[in-house]
Design a protein around this ligand. Structure first.
Ligand code: CP
Ligand code: NVA
Length: 308
């Protein structure tokens, strides 16, 4: 499929439903071919720059591993060590990097920075997490849900906790795949209003809900997802913890979900805060598969965007 060739991936909404299904199929295919030792080295002779303005374990290593498996060369760059850290604009950085590398993935704060990079770079730009979205995470999450539960359409996913970047991308990912999405968040911690409106415009108003009672959110859900209460760049304070406490994903809250519900967390987890050990390490947890699938999903994505 060449439809995605040369494009940016900044938001889940950059893909339509068919394109998303193709990326997920390609991710499954990559995973199978890696297992069989038959990966096509479609990035041979190509470099991918990975810029990090925030810490990362999974995203950095899974991107590096993905590029390696495809025969390309990954170049991880700590933004503080670039001239970016001394005031060179993101736009100028994008123009320059385009002369050396074939794609750029960037993790940063403001979503506008990723958009600015995409405007100026002449090569595909991939969002490796902003304050608004974490779309690469959600590609791996959808892949993982399909592995566990088969088809996505008709499933119900509940996200409980802080309505953050992961929740935003999940709302869009569910809307694009026919999954019902419910966010259960305290008042003041809801997902981004514009993202929710966009998800509703894609899937219909009843398919995308925001509620303020954690048990109501989780009731009957096939997938229960949570993430940290304080994201990178946010100030950790006692008030946040107090407000989010009732939304902790523990055995009691999970008992309101479907008896076979899959538990998800993008990691890193703050054990005992947003999720209990028994749930994170329990038999329904898919978190380690999610982490592994980051590599497969990103390999498929890079192959589609820049593979030869
Ligand atoms: N889930 C995720 O993006 O993890 P890292 O912050 O470790 O990259
Ligand atoms: N919401 C979290 C996700 C980390 C992968 C953060 O932005 O810190």
């Amino acid at each position: 499929m060449r439809d995605l060739y040369g494009r940016d991936f900044l938001s889940m909404a950059d893909l339509n439903a068919d394109e998303l299904a193709s990326v997920l199929d390609a991710a499954d295919a990559f995973k199978r071919s890696l297992g069989a030792g038959k990966v096509k080295r479609s990035l041979e002779g190509k470099m991918v720059a990975l810029i990090f303005q925030k810490p990362s374990t999974r995203t950095r290593v899974s991107f590096e591993a993905a590029v390696y498996h495809l025969g390309g060369h990954p170049l991880a760059l700590n933004a503080a060590e670039l001239q970016l850290g001394r005031g060179e604009t993101i736009g100028d950085t994008g123009k320059v990097l385009s002369r050396y590398v074939h794609a750029v993935a960037i993790r940063t704060y403001g979503h506008h920075e990723v958009e600015e990079l995409a405007r100026t770079a002449e090569v595909p730009v991939v969002n490796a997490l902003t304050d608004l979205e974490h779309p690469c995470q959600v590609l791996a999450d959808l892949m993982t849900i399909r592995e566990r539960l088969g088809a996505l359409a008709g499933l119900r996913l509940a996200y409980v906790g802080d309505g953050n970047n992961v929740a935003n991308s999940l709302a869009l990912g569910c809307a694009l795949t026919g999954m019902a999405f419910t966010a259960g968040c305290p008042r003041g911690y809801e997902p981004d209003e514009r993202i929710i409106a966009l998800a509703r415009s894609l899937a219909g108003p009843e398919a995308v809900r925001v509620v303020h009672d954690p048990r109501e959110a989780v009731a009957g859900a096939h997938v229960v997802y949570t993430d940290v209460w304080t994201s990178m760049g946010q100030r950790e304070d006692q008030r946040r913890k107090r407000d989010l406490e009732p939304f902790r994903l523990d055995g009691e809250l999970l008992s309101a979900a479907d008896p076979e519900a899959v538990v998800m967390h993008c990691l890193p987890a703050h054990r005992g805060e947003e999720i209990s050990d028994e749930v994170l390490d329990g038999p329904r947890s898919a978190v380690w598969d999610q982490a592994e699938n980051r590599m497969h999903a990103q390999a498929a994505l890079l192959d589609l965007l820049v593979g030869g």
